[in-house]
Design a protein around this ligand. Structure first.
Ligand code: CP
Ligand code: NVA
Length: 296
C-alpha cells in the first residue's frame, strides 16, 4: 500500500457527493487505482457490510459484496421482503438492531429522505447505493474511468445527454470537487437540479471529451414509460451525435442500458465505449471507500 491512509472517513456516512471534500474524493480515487492493481488486500479483516436493497441491482450489489471479500470482510444481503420491516417493524428499529451486528450499511432505496432516516437511526456508517436523488458510488467510478483514460480530470468537458437522472446529479456534483465540467442536454422538464443545461444535444456534445447517458426510465418511473420514450427520443446517443465531440471522445453509461433507446448498440459495444471499464471501476472505488470508512 503506497497511498498512506491518512485521509480517514471512519464512521462517516456517504449520502450525497457533497458529503465529501476534494481531498477525500481524490484519496478514494488514488486508493482505488492501487486496489485495481492489487485487488486483494486485508484492509478490513472481519468487517461486515449489510446490503439493504429495496430496488433491483446487479453491479452495485455484486461489487460491494466482492469488495468486502477482497478486503477480508463479509457482505450480508438484506432483502426488505425477508426482513421484519416488510411485516411492520419500523425503519428506526431495523436500523438500530442491524447496527448492533454490521460495521456499515449500503442502502438502495426510493426517496432520498428514507436514506436519510437510515443514517439518522443507524449508529454505523450508511452508504448511498442509489436513491431517486443521487448515486454517488457511480459518480466515483465514472471519475476514475475518465481519469484513467485522460490522465487527469481538471478541465475535462463532459456532455450528458438524455434524462437528468440521479446519476447526472452525482456526476456533476463530483465535478465541482474534482475540476471537470458537466453540461447536460435534457429536454424541458427533465433537467437535473444544479446542472448547466442546454436543450440541443448537439450544443452540449460539441467538443466534449466524454459523452454520458443513462436510461430514460429510472427505477420507480416505469409508469411514465410512454411519455418518457416520446419526450427523450431526440436525445438518443448515436454515432452522428458523437461525431460532434472532441477527437478521441468516448461514451459512458452507468448500466443497465437499453440499446436502441438512450444509446445505440453500435456505441454501447463499440471501440469508443468505456462502459464496461466503468462497470468494473465500481468495484475498485467502492473497495477504496469501504477501506477508508470501516473502522475495524
Ligand atoms: N449502475 C448500477 O448501479 O447498476 P445496478 O443497478 O445493476 O446496481
Ligand atoms: N438512473 C437509473 C440508474 C440505475 C443504476 C435508475 O435510478 O434506475
Amino acid at each position: 500500500m503506497t497511498t498512506p491512509l491518512s485521509v480517514s472517513l471512519a464512521g462517516r456516512d456517504l449520502l450525497r457527493i457533497s458529503d465529501l471534500v476534494p481531498s477525500e474524493a481524490e484519496t478514494i480515487l488514488d486508493l482505488a487505482v492501487e486496489l485495481k492493481a492489487n485487488p486483494r488486500q486485508p484492509l478490513a479483516p472481519g468487517a461486515t457490510l449489510g446490503l439493504y436493497f429495496a430496488k433491483h441491482s446487479t453491479r452495485t450489489r455484486v461489487s460491494f459484496s466482492v469488495a468486502m471479500a477482497h478486503l477480508g470482510g463479509t457482505a450480508i444481503a438484506l432483502s426488505p421482503d425477508e426482513l421484519q420491516i416488510s411485516r411492520g417493524e419500523s425503519l428506526p428499529d431495523t436500523a438500530r438492531a442491524l447496527s448492533r451486528y454490521v460495521d456499515a450499511l449500503a442502502v438502495r432505496t426510493h426517496a432520498h429522505e428514507e436514506l436519510e432516516a437510515w443514517a439518522e437511526w443507524a449508529s454505523v456508517p450508511v452508504i448511498n447505493a442509489l436513491t431517486a436523488d443521487e448515486h454517488p458510488c457511480q459518480a466515483l467510478a465514472d471519475a476514475l474511468t475518465i481519469r484513467d483514460r485522460l490522465g487527469g480530470l481538471d478541465g475535462v468537458r463532459i456532455a450528458w445527454v438524455g434524462d437528468g437522472s440521479n446519476v447526472l446529479v452525482s456526476l456533476a456534483a463530483l465535478g465541482k470537487l474534482l475540476g471537470y465540467e458537466v453540461v447536460s442536454a435534457c429536454p424541458p422538464g427533465y433537467e437535473a437540479p444544479d446542472v448547466e443545461n442546454v436543450v440541443d444535444p448537439r450544443q452540449a456534445v460539441a467538443g466534449a471529451d466524454v459523452v454520458v447517458t443513462d436510461t430514460w426510465i429510472s427505477m420507480g418511473q416505469e409508469h411514465e414509460r410512454a411519455t418518457r420514450l416520446h419526450d427523450l427520443e431526440p436525445y438518443r446517443l448515436d454515432a452522428t451525435l458523437l461525431s460532434l465531440a472532441a477527437p478521441g471522445a468516448f461514451v459512458m453509461h452507468c448500466l443497465p442500458a437499453h440499446a436502441g433507446e438512450e444509446i445505440t448498440a453500435e456505441l454501447l459495444y463499440g471501440d469508443r465505449s468505456a462502459i464496461w471499464d466503468e462497470a468494473e471501476n465500481r468495484l475498485h472505488v467502492q473497495k477504496a471507500l469501504l477501506a477508508l470508512l470501516l473502522d475495524v
